[in-house]
Design a protein around this ligand. Structure first.
Ligand code: MG
Length: 258
């Protein structure tokens, strides 16, 4: 069952999203060589505490971090660790924020140091795919329009959609209906309606879309070791069109943090 949110409820989620965006912008700026993902995790926890908000992931099914930090061929769900980031790493930072019982979810992927040509192509395509997908979040469109927007953007560039992982509805709970595939056919699936709030999250690789679980039971990797990127927004479907509730904004300088 898809739980629709009232305009007042969407405002509450937007308040959580403001904090989310500030946190994610801050984390993207800190993701530099020599910094560990555990450092980023601590910075996230500190910032959220200062805002009276909670990290939605912490304790979720026993997850030990405030963020998910997933480098290189790790697609999602990385547990923060002590190893320093190196120049040339790609790091996906995923964050859930809970404020007054409302959850928002969003992610960015950043290059640590100068991005290689293939990494740069992957980052640009995945961001563009998210932008295209958000544009489809309109009353009367269908879930398949969202998936199709992602798939058509990345596949024509020779990149692969991870099909085994999906976006989701979000609200009082982090994972609500519906599931949102990053592939599909236009005009198919659930019809979008005012008040739906969706976490849209293309997960894209430079190789095959086959995945494997890590030994920690959380991390998800590409099987072939190819690079992965992940960008995510929480988006409300309103009468006026899509409203991004997690308005993180990466400057080019942050995408290429040295
Ligand atoms: Mg999500």
């Amino acid at each position: 069952m898809i739980v629709k949110k009232s305009p007042e409820e969407i405002e509450q989620m937007a308040a959580a999203g403001k904090i989310h965006a500030r946190a994610l912008n801050m984390l993207a700026g800190k993701a530099r060589a020599g910094v560990s993902t555990l450092d980023l995790d601590a910075a996230a926890a500190r910032f959220l505490r200062s805002q009276g908000a909670d990290a939605s992931f912490l304790g979720y099914r026993g997850f030990p971090g405030s963020i998910c930090a997933s480098p290189n061929s790790m697609i999602v769900h990385g547990i923060p660790g002590p190893e320093p980031l190196k120049r040339g790493d790609l790091l996906s930072i995923d964050l859930g924020v809970t404020l007054n019982g409302w959850v928002v979810d969003g992610a960015v992927t950043v290059a640590v140091g100068p991005a290689t040509a293939i990494a740069d192509k992957l980052l640009s395509a995945t961001r563009d795919a998210l932008t295209d997908a958000v544009e489809q979040c309109r009353v009367g469109n269908h879930l398949g329009d969202i998936g199709h927007a992602v798939q058509s953007r990345v596949e024509k560039q020779g990149l692969a959609v991870v099909k085994a992982l999906v976006g989701h509805g979000v609200g009082r709970s982090m994972h609500e209906d519906p599931q949102i595939a990053n592939y599909g056919d236009p005009g198919t699936g659930v019809e979008l309606a005012e008040g739906m709030v969706l976490a849209i999250e293309p997960m894209i690789t430079t190789g095959s879309d086959d995945i494997r679980m890590g030994d920690d039971g959380w991390a998800v990797f590409t099987v072939d070791g190819s690079l992965a990127a992940h960008f995510e927004h929480t988006v409300a479907i309103t009468a006026e069109g899509p409203r991004i509730l997690t308005p993180w904004h990466l400057e080019d300088s942050e995408r290429r943090a040295a």
